[in-house]
Write a protein that binds this ligand. Structure first.
Ligand SMILES: C[S@@+](CC[C@H](N)C(=O)[O-])C[C@H]1O[C@@H](n2cnc3c(N)ncnc32)[C@H](O)[C@@H]1O
Length: 462
């Protein structure tokens, strides 16, 4: 009797873990073959362009280098289908929140991180819509107030304000700003600030065809009396998108997700984790330092000067808003200090980086090498930090594109793969997507197009 009692639990533990291993293996095979299928036959919807490619909340604010929502959603579904555990989605370079919206649609808890306060603000606005903020009432307050405000004061000043906004345009923007500030509910105000940011972008003297601040021809300046009509158009579109999102997604889903947006450098973010929760990291980092690829900071600078501090995300750093370059300098690859040490680390972590380095040294492209070394190291540091904060089981899907630096191709897709393997991940697939229109801005030293993106899918055990 005693012997049977002693052996039974052991046997059942062994049987249970064998069963679990079989289920894990089966789930893993299913996910691998789904990823292979998607690799061989990428759905045509991944290449769709135009308004329908970014429906409802996805199109709330124009942000550089947004991911394709349908593709990220398909990846999340493939992982969900293969794991029985409860899942949380994470995007450490959340930008305008493409991954966040796809997670919310599926009722999945989400954590997003971005150093750029405008990116974090738009994510907070999307979360506010998801949580039921009454944007319609807020919009009515603003429109009512605008009818009676005839003050001619300019409420915001910053370096070179007159270069980007005439006094007359600044008076209209100040009225708009005061009207939004009157809305009592902060989550609704966050949604209105996204419409305001779009208005700032469209009505400033900076070209909308480039992400860099770049003055328009004087003949193309937008007339000041267009500021309010532009805002009203953007606001109407915002309300349509909010309504569609609620109708198509919020009303049909079984669970309201918890959403956390952290505005800070991902390398210093404190990310709460729970070892029982399977993590699905879906992200796309910058493809190089912001100065020579996409200047997210410059793109956001003017709007961030106009939005009152009290409504910027907690964690927004005033020094990052002090001038047009500060945010880009604080982002990945923004500083070339310690390039030699960073180079040595990356040469050890990534054989693909080493191949680039040898080619750059041979071609005497020291500056390009310094830039790629510092950016790659910062990216490595960011991913190491994320992994060290959440050591549970995970799937990661990282989308990157290969640009050139100093005329030499930077294999960021292969470098990402090396980093993931160095951190203990196992690559299980690599999805390719040809780009219909995503390109590096034409007025920079990396003027050539990025024509394809790769999404590396990898898994981490516990
Ligand atoms: C390619 S974009 C992300 C776009 C996003 N996937 C979307 O669909 O909108 C990369 C983001 O990384 C952010 N970033 C750059 N350096 C960062 C850092 N050190 N910490 C956190 N975010 C950073 C940029 O501000 C930018 O929003």
């Amino acid at each position: 009797m005693n012997i049977r009692f002693a052996k039974a639990p052991l046997l059942s533990i062994c049987l249970n873990s064998a069963k679990k291993a079989m289920i894990n293996r089966a789930a893993r095979t299913r996910l691998n073959s789904r990823i292979q299928q998607l690799t061989l036959n990428p759905p045509s919807s991944w290449s769709t362009v135009g308004a329908e490619a970014r429906p409802s909340l996805h199109g709330l604010l124009r942000y550089p280098a947004m991911m394709v929502p349908k593709m990220q959603g398909d990846i999340i579904d493939a992982v969900l289908d293969s794991t029985g555990a409860s899942c949380r989605v994470l995007d450490p370079f959340v930008g305008s929140g493409t991954t966040m919206t796809e997670a919310a649609i599926r009722g999945l808890d989400f954590t997003g991180i971005d150093i750029n306060p405008l990116a974090a603000l738009v994510c907070e606005a999307k979360a506010a819509v998801d949580a039921g903020a009454d944007v319609q009432v807020a919009a009515e307050i603003v429109i009512r107030y605008l009818r009676t405000d005839i003050r001619e004061t300019i409420d915001v000043e910053f370096d070179n304000r007159l270069k980007w906004f005439s006094d007359e345009a600044a008076i209209y923007l100040s009225r708009l700003r005061r009207a939004i500030e009157l809305v009592p509910d902060q989550p609704s105000r966050k949604v209105l600030w996204t419409a305001f940011s779009e208005t700032v972008r469209k009505s400033s003297n900076s070209r909308t065809s480039t992400y860099k601040l770049h003055i328009r021809e004087e003949s193309d300046f937008i007339k000041a009396d267009r500021v309010l009509p532009i805002f009203e158009d953007v606001l109407r579109e915002t309300l349509r998108r909010v309504e569609r999102y609620r109708r198509e997604h919020v009303s049909t889903r079984s669970r309201r997700p918890k959403v956390e947006i952290i505005c800070c450098d991902v390398r210093r973010a404190s990310i709460a984790s729970d070892l029982r929760t399977h993590e699905i990291l879906v992200t796309s980092p910058p493809y190089g330092d912001n100065q020579t690829t996409i200047p997210y900071g410059q793109f956001s600078y003017l709007a961030l000067q106009w939005i009152p501090n009290r409504d910027l995300p907690v964690g927004a750093t005033p020094e990052h808003l002090a001038n047009t370059h500060a945010l880009d300098s604080a982002s990945l690859g923004g500083s070339k200090l310690d390039a030699l040490e960073k180079h040595s680390v990356m040469a050890m972590v990534s054989p693909s980086f080493l191949t680039f380095s040898e080619a750059a040294i041979k071609a005497r492209k020291e500056d390009a090498l310094r830039k790629v070394a510092t950016f790659s190291y910062d990216f490595f540091e960011a991913l190491s930090h994320v992994r060290s904060q959440s050591r549970g089981s995970a799937h990661w899907a990282i989308t990157t594109g290969n640009r050139t630096s100093g005329g030499i191709k930077v294999p960021l897709d292969a470098i990402s793969r090396d980093i993931v393997e160095f951190l203990g991940g196992t690559p299980i697939g690599s999805l390719q997507r040809r780009l219909p229109s995503k390109r590096m801005p034409s007025r920079n030293s990396m003027g050539e197009m990025i024509t394809a993106e790769t999404t590396l899918v990898a898994e981490f055990g516990q």
